[in-house]
Write a new protein. Structure first.
Length: 277
């Protein structure tokens, strides 16, 4: 019997379990992660974060991100803030600025001294090949669904996002529209789909249907993607508040280069996973 300590956390409702694998490898398979993510028969979470040693000289740690279906992804903004809180809570570092290696690249995390945590998410990617997005005459940044055309922008914040501006959330089928985009050949690695509603120049509302997890209470990289699109189109000011069902984040597109996200991260409880050898 293998006993694996974990910490359950959330960043404005986007929930995670975090496992420290700095000194041990638990060899968690895709099947086991999927079973643990089940909210009725497992622990329940949107993503699992696994902390490891980094092989990079300038990085303090490395962490990997796994969706509820067991698939590994490159980026998670809310998870980054939870990682930072985990590191401090468990005494793994006392640094106020931490550099972490991820599949998407290097992230810089910092303590805001007011209980909030900042994450420099790096520069947004608009190049279609790097997102990746395969554009052609049939999917020219629009989706025809139930005789309604939905225009979207594509962007990567270390993971691919399609952002759709809407007037309200109630009149659209978020799940079906998202599934249509996620299974489209235009997105060879699938896509996170954000539905953006402008409240005023200082605030936007957002819902994100994440690949591998579905509709979540919040999505940090999705908030960054939506904010960048809104700022780029001059719909909102910079910085801007992004309000999701789980809470709110402040997003600042610094000098139209790197994107900085600020928000909370909370510990819910700790426990042990028992697995047969």
């Amino acid at each position: 019997m293998v006993k694996i300590p974990f910490t359950k956390m959330h960043g404005i409702g986007n929930d995670f379990i975090i496992i420290n694998q700095i000194d041990v490898d638990y060899h968690l398979s895709k099947k086991i992660i999927h079973q643990l993510a089940n909210r009725r028969t497992g622990i329940g979470f949107d993503q699992m974060l696994i902390i490891e040693k980094s092989s990079l000289e300038h990085a303090d740690f490395k962490y990997r991100i796994f969706n509820a279906d067991g698939s590994e992804v490159a980026q998670c903004g809310n998870g980054a803030r939870c990682f930072f809180r985990f590191i401090h809570y468990h005494g793994l570092s006392a640094k106020k600025n931490i550099v972490v290696e991820t599949k998407a690249g290097i992230l810089s995390l910092f303590d805001k001294d007011n209980g909030m945590i900042g994450v420099d998410m790096g520069e947004p990617i608009f190049n279609h090949e790097k997102i990746p997005y395969q554009q052609n005459s049939q999917n020219d940044l629009n989706l025809l669904f139930n005789n309604q055309k939905y225009i979207f922008d594509v962007i990567s914040m270390g993971n691919p996002h399609a952002v759709i501006k809407v007037n309200d959330f109630d009149s659209i089928n978020i799940t079906e529209i998202s599934k249509n985009l996620q299974t489209s050949n235009a997105f060879p690695e699938s896509v996170n789909v954000g539905f953006l509603k402008i409240k005023n120049k200082k605030e936007i509302r957002l819902k994100v249907y994440e690949r591998g997890s579905g509709l979540t209470l919040a999505c940090g990289s999705g908030a960054c993607a939506a904010a960048v699109i809104a700022i780029q189109n001059d719909w909102v000011d910079n910085p801007v508040k992004v309000v999701m069902d789980g809470g709110e984040l402040e997003i600042f597109w610094k000098n139209k280069q790197s994107v900085v996200m600020v928000g909370p991260a909370q510990i819910v409880y700790e426990g042990l996973i028992e697995l047969n050898d």
